[in-house]
Design a binder for this molecule. Structure first.
Ligand code: ADP
Ligand code: MG
Length: 355
């Protein structure tokens, strides 16, 4: 038995490393989609269409009308750490765009078949390119991997097919395409509420009706009405508060004391990225506890903008968690403001029912 003998250490194959990293960033189809939505919004798009097959496992396609990608950049588009948004480590502290590390497209190309069709304003045609493992690949074996000219409008269409095709254990772990589709609808809905002036649509492949269809000119309340229904939209109060000491500004829409549901819906954006925060969720629930019946919960859309110098977006590869300075003070200030708004509505309601 030589189980105590020293074991040799070997470097993993680069392809294996990339696949592992990609699987960590993209756990489910919705994570790929979130990156693609953020890229489309970063590109200045005013219309964004999402098409999904088999919960995004078979097909995930997003078409935008943004600035497009320069043909010369196509060869390096899906390499790791290629980005148009970041140059130095210091840039990480002042970055205002959603993506910032050039990892999303690279990751997707390692665990799916990726096709990009894109046209800039300057180009007189669109270009189509296919990617595998970070590099340009031919559309069919034997062909040249170079991008091909095609007809197309300004903007970019990204097609992701057969996600996790080379990670069979992950692929098999997905039980229900419907569950994955619901997560996708939820994410598209979040960005559709947050990105006013941007039109959103989302539908299943082969179905004529859309799950989400928001025109560019829809107001924030209308966006919430379409996605979450009139019972939420009719009971919203607008709030807005800021404090220079902590360099933040919070705006949003939250249900008043007339509305209550079993589970809190929190649409949280920090510096225009959809994130989760259990601290913020808990504090909001505590604030509402004074206004809602026991086991009642609110709907809250909160857009929090914090001086980028005070936000650490680099704590987690998925960027789902964000750290920021004075978190306690900022949360307290927001909840204090919400409380005063809720109290004002509550008093007027009591007053009305009394007369
Ligand atoms: P990041 O967004 O962090 O820069 P990505 O891998 O998501 O990294 O994208 C790499 C680059 O590809 C972006 O910096 C951008 O220049 C370009 N890009 C990706 N998607 C689009 C799009 N929909 N429209 C225009 N450019 C895009
Ligand atoms: Mg990105």
């Amino acid at each position: 038995d030589d189980s105590n003998a020293p074991r040799r250490i070997r470097a993993l194959d680069q392809d294996v490393v990339n696949k592992i990293a990609a699987g960590e960033i993209i756990v489910a189809p919705v994570h790929a989609l979130k990156e693609l939505i953020e890229n489309a919004v970063d590109a200045g798009s005013t219309a964004l269409e999402v098409l999904v097959k088999d919960g995004g496992l078979k097909l995930l396609q997003i078409t935008d009308n943004g600035c497009g990608i320069d043909k010369q950049d196509l060869p390096i588009l899906c390499e790791r750490f290629t980005t148009s948004k970041l140059q130095t480590f210091e840039d990480l502290q002042s970055i205002a765009t959603y993506g910032f590390r050039g990892e999303a497209l690279a990751s997707i190309s390692h665990i799916a078949h990726l096709a990009v069709t894109t046209k800039t304003q300057e180009s007189n045609c669109a270009w189509r390119a296919y990617y595998g493992s970070g590099k340009l690949v031919p559309a069919k074996p034997g062909q040249s991997p170079d991008p091909k000219p095609v007809a197309g409008r300004q903007g970019t269409q990204i097609t992701v097919e057969d996600l996790f095709y080379n990670i069979p254990t992950r692929r098999r772990a997905f039980r229900s395409a419907a569950d994955e589709y619901n997560k996708i609808i939820d994410m598209v809905g979040r960005y559709a509420v947050h990105c006013s002036h941007v039109a959103f649509s989302c539908k299943k492949h082969g179905e004529s009706s859309t799950s989400i269809a928001i025109p560019a000119n829809a107001s924030s309340v209308d966006r919430i009405r379409q996605i979450h229904g009139g019972s939420v939209a009719n009971e919203l109060i607008e709030f807005s508060t800021s404090d220079d000491r902590w360099a933040f500004k919070a705006t949003g829409l939250a249900t008043n004391a007339n509305y209550s549901i079993k589970k809190t819906t929190l649409l949280l954006f920090i510096n225009h990225r959809c994130v989760e925060s259990s601290n913020i969720r808990k504090a909001i629930e505590q604030t509402y506890a004074a206004f809602l019946p026991k086991s009642g919960h609110p709907f809250v859309y909160l857009s929090l903008e914090i001086d980028p110098q005070r936000v650490d977006v680099n704590v987690h590869p998925t960027k789902r968690e964000v750290n920021f300075l004075n978190e306690d003070e900022i949360i307290q200030a927001i909840c204090e403001h919400l409380r005063s708004k809720l109290a004002a509505v509550d008093t007027s309601r009591t007053f009305l029912t009394q007369t």
